[in-house]
Design a protein around this ligand. Structure first.
Ligand SMILES: Cc1cc2nc3c(=O)[nH]c(=O)nc-3n(C[C@H](O)[C@H](O)[C@H](O)COP(=O)(O)O)c2cc1C
Length: 251
């Protein structure tokens, strides 16, 4: 079973492609989180967990969702992390997670997809994004082939700084950057409430037809990138930047 978390659709796209290739079921972990449901799942097919990279690790909310769940049947787990650039060195934490879940770690595949982190960086324009997604296809196809054959993902070459990025920087990143205080709406907001629906953590409440962020944000970028009016800003940092949303995967 393919279980995924996705803010702006990249990981959903990757998970859908894998589900199609493997002829397996797809489960939206974010939707389950939103409903406050714990995973209680059984599958005889390999467990494949797909998520974005947040500060060179699995998003903490997804890690917590998996830790709290129950995964019966198959005992092997493959991880696919979509990223804007690189996934760092998350293997140790993923192995710990697998131990906690009673699963055997079969490796992690980093898949470069369009950058979505617009409160810090820039997202690519449509055409460039399409090229990046096209380049991700062979990586995902090879990943699906390995999973189908029961083979581990290959060992990845690690950069000199990767342990620092996935370790110290990740730990520093959360308290420093993962906040929602700077989110606000402009006068373009029409009060449609889509941001509230898109937030996987139920962190947005609509009050007098305006969104209010409640302090439990994971910075998935769903609200700011999914707003049809581009009416959400993050202080000044998001001003004038392209909003990114991945197209649906079509088999
Ligand atoms: C909070 C946050 C942190 C991120 N950290 C990294 C990172 O450490 N390395 C990287 O290459 N991309 C990073 N990204 C980019 C995303 O991992 C990438 O765009 C991903 O494919 C988005 O997936 P999604 O559309 O499924 O949410 C980050 C994005 C966000 C929002």
């Amino acid at each position: 079973m393919i279980v995924y978390f996705s803010g702006t659709g990249n990981s959903r796209y990757a998970a859908s492609l894998l589900a199609h290739r493997l002829g397996d079921d797809l489960l939206d972990g974010g939707a389950w989180m939103k409903e406050g449901k714990r995973a209680d799942l059984t599958s005889d097919k390999p467990w494949v967990f797909v998520a974005p990279t947040y500060a060179w690790q699995l998003p903490r909310v997804f890690d917590a969702f998996l830790r709290q769940g129950r995964f019966a049947g198959s005992r092997e787990a493959w991880f696919v992390m979509t990223c804007g650039d690189d996934i760092g060195n998350p293997e140790k934490e993923l192995k710990d997670l697998c131990r906690a879940m009673g699963l055997t770690f079969r490796g992690v595949l980093g898949v470069v997809m369009p950058e979505n982190y617009i409160t810090l960086f820039r997202a690519p324009e449509k055409e460039e994004a399409a090229q990046i997604i096209a380049a991700a296809h062979p990586v995902l196809e090879e990943g699906a082939r390995l999973i189908a054959r029961g083979e581990p993902f290959p060992q990845r070459k690690k950069g000199f700084l990767d342990p620092v990025k996935s370790g110290f920087v990740n730990r520093t990143f959360y308290p420093l950057f993962v906040k929602d205080k700077a989110f606000r709406v402009t006068e373009d907001c029409n009060g449609c409430g889509l941001c509230e629906k898109l937030c996987p953590l139920n962190n947005i409440a609509m009050e007098e037809k305006r969104p209010l962020w409640k302090g439990n944000c994971t910075q998935c970028m769903a609200c700011i990138c999914g707003c049809p009016k581009e009416a959400i800003e993050y202080g000044r940092r998001s001003r004038g930047k392209t909003r990114y949303w991945c197209p649906e995967y079509k088999a």
